[in-house]
Design a protein around this ligand. Structure first.
Ligand code: PEP
Length: 255
């Protein structure tokens, strides 16, 4: 099936940036710039402290709210963690899970990604499951093996109905925050491989409905050629999502 059947998703991962007032200033500007955007799902992912204010700011707009992480348990003695019911309560529709920075710096594993994914789904939050190889892995010819373990590990045990609520974000680690974007052909090759994995694990019908975002130095100038690839269904954007104009331009360039 053609990629055009899937609504592209553009998500801004703000990472460890923005105070509450800065976050609201950004969404206030962004709302006005994307008010007429159609045929694209727009998401912002502020830090936990700004979620409530941003949720109010984007209420009744076409922008959706995501968190950058979630814990696998709903409540209890887990100091410092934030749960799926709490994220739902504050207005999140999505949650980013398994970002490479969390895998690299905070001990995230395929197993914890899987547990968090299940917790999110249990509370009607859509997981954006991040997968991606490091430079050394690509150079050693291990890209497909790494992607396979991230994808199959992350979605292990999910029903087809649950999988349909998930988004996969392919983010080659060597392209994140480096200014080195994967070429459209490199992105397409891996996205096609991921869709093939989903086809084998579920069916072509299910796989054809899953949105697979690309992430890694996405900018207004490279969005259109990436999104033109048949299996690239949107972007997870870091640096360029921190300014309303550049993020809105990316949204514009997928339409
Ligand atoms: C990200 O962290 O998800 C990301 C893709 O960052 P950047 O766009 O800055 O490379």
């Amino acid at each position: 099936m053609e990629g055009t059947m899937r609504t592209p998703i553009i998500a801004g991962n703000w990472k460890l940036n923005k105070t509450i007032s800065e976050a609201v200033a950004l969404t206030t500007a962004l709302k006005a710039l994307v008010v007429d955007a159609t045929g694209v799902e727009i998401i912002v992912a502020p830090s936990f402290t700004a979620l409530a204010a941003v949720s109010d700011s984007i209420a009744a707009s076409n922008i959706h709210l995501a968190a950058q992480d979630v814990y696998s348990e709903d409540s209890g003695a887990f100091t410092g963690e934030v749960s799926a019911p709490m994220l739902k309560d504050v207005g999140c529709d999505y949650v980013i899970i398994g970002h490479s920075e969390r895998r690299q710096f905070f001990g995230e594993t395929n197993e914890s990604v899987n547990q968090k994914t299940k917790a999110a789904l249990a509370h009607d939050l859509k997981p954006i499951i991040c997968v991606g190889e490091q430079l050394e892995e690509r150079e050693a010819g291990q890209t497909e093996a790494v992607i396979k373990s991230h994808v199959t590990g992350g979605i292990a045990g999910l029903s087809a109905a649950d999988l349909l609520s998930c988004v996969i974000a392919y983010e080659p680690v060597w392209a994140i925050g480096t200014g080195k974007t994967a070429t459209p052909a490199q992105a397409q090759e891996v996205h096609n491989f991921i869709r093939g994995l989903l086809t084998k694990a579920y069916s072509a019908e299910v796989a054809s409905q899953i949105c697979i975002q690309y992430g890694g130095s996405v900018k207004p100038e490279n969005t259109a050629e990436l999104i033109a690839q048949p299996d690239v269904d949107g972007a997870l954007v870091g640096g360029a999502s921190l300014e309303a104009e550049s993020f809105a331009q990316i949204v514009q360039n997928v339409q």
